[in-house]
Ligand binder design. Structure first.
Ligand SMILES: [Zn+2]
Ligand SMILES: [Zn+2]
Length: 142
């Protein structure tokens, strides 16, 4: 397969994803609401070493996640586009912001996370699993 590519709005930061995504999550946690400026964030789940920055260097904002480990959020320091998150060593994944991908048309959401924090008016897909907080397997992608 050819690599999936993405980048920020101004074009200074570009990245590629070198392995197929494992799914897509919709995260409603309050941190994701702040980071996205929206009511939820849509993330494609990549393997930990499969996101490779090919141009520029994103800035990372780190804050403690639900697990107690820091969650780093990579974004373009020039245009502010959220790009992907950096999770602790206990989670072998890198959540990539779907809006940062050049083409996300082949993906569709596979679960809702942290629905406890979702505003009541936010529409959710009734056909996929919902978790009040993290999924049972461990802390969620953010
Ligand atoms: Zn940019
Ligand atoms: Zn989140």
């Amino acid at each position: 397969m050819s690599d999936i590519e993405g980048g920020c709005a101004c074009g200074k930061v570009r990245f590629k994803v070198t392995a197929p995504f494992m799914g897509m999550a919709v995260c409603h946690c309050t941190d994701c609401q702040k980071a996205s400026g929206g009511a939820a964030v849509y993330v494609a789940i990549a393997g930990k070493d499969s996101v490779v920055v090919t141009q520029g260097s994103p800035k990372v904002y780190a804050s403690p996640g639900d697990s107690g480990q820091d969650v780093g959020r990579a974004f373009c320091a020039d245009c502010g586009t959220p790009l992907y998150s950096l999770l602790g060593p206990e989670l072998p994944i890198t959540p990539v912001k779907v809006g940062a991908l050049d083409d996300a048309s082949a993906l569709s959401p596979s679960m809702h996370l942290y629905t406890d924090s979702a505003p009541a008016w936010h529409l959710m897909d009734d056909t996929i699993p919902r978790f009040a907080k993290a999924p049972p397997a461990g802390p969620p992608p953010s």
